[in-house]
Design a protein around this ligand. Structure first.
Ligand code: HEM
Length: 148
């Protein structure tokens, strides 16, 4: 599907309509700001192809909102964020920057809903990341003990 065909597609979440263009505008604006942010730009140095990242993340939110997948992609956010050094401080910064973009680019009800969804996802990621961190630490300690 070409970009102009995608622009006009819409998806409805809890009665709130988003066009593909709305989602793409939010994602592209957000990551342009991430690249300039003193705190967030550091973990995002792992991203070498920004246009591709923006395409994949637009697709991620599109299918999260119930849109039909239009590209093949497997996402593994828990592991990727673990390696990116995800923590509470980075999450708060991520959410505050993201919510600023939602307020600027969307109408009130779209903004309210996506804010809520992103907060839930962020705290869900945080919980899973903490569990993974504890698990890795336990494994490292066991390894140390078995080497002694
Ligand atoms: C609500 C909060 C967040 C959501 C919903 C989110 C979502 C995602 C998703 C879906 C991906 C693609 C994962 C994949 O390709 O499997 C991704 C990639 C990434 N995220 Fe997040 N993210 C959030 C917060 C953060 C935070 C706080 C950081 C800071 C460490 C971060 C750093 C990254 C990086 C560096 C990548 C690229 C990984 C790579 O492809 O090398 N994200 N994010």
């Amino acid at each position: 599907m070409n970009p102009s065909e995608l622009d006009n597609l819409t998806v409805t979440v809890n009665g709130v309509v988003f066009s593909h263009k709305d989602i793409h505008t939010v994602v592209a604006t957000f990551y342009a700001r991430v690249q300039k942010d003193p705190l967030l730009s550091v973990p995002f140095q792992s991203v070498h192809d920004w246009p591709d990242h923006i395409k994949r993340l637009t697709h991620f939110w599109w299918i999260k909102f119930g849109g039909k997948p239009y590209m093949f992609n497997q996402y593994n956010p828990v592991l990727k964020h673990f390696y990116a050094g995800f923590n509470a401080e980075l999450l708060e910064r991520w959410l505050s920057l993201f919510h600023g973009v939602l307020q600027e680019k969307l109408n009130e009800e779209q903004c309210r809903l996506w804010t809520l969804i992103s907060q839930r996802m962020g705290y869900g990621l945080h919980m899973k990341n903490e569990m993974l961190k504890a698990h890795v630490q336990r494994l490292q300690e066991e390894q140390k003990e078995s080497n002694n």
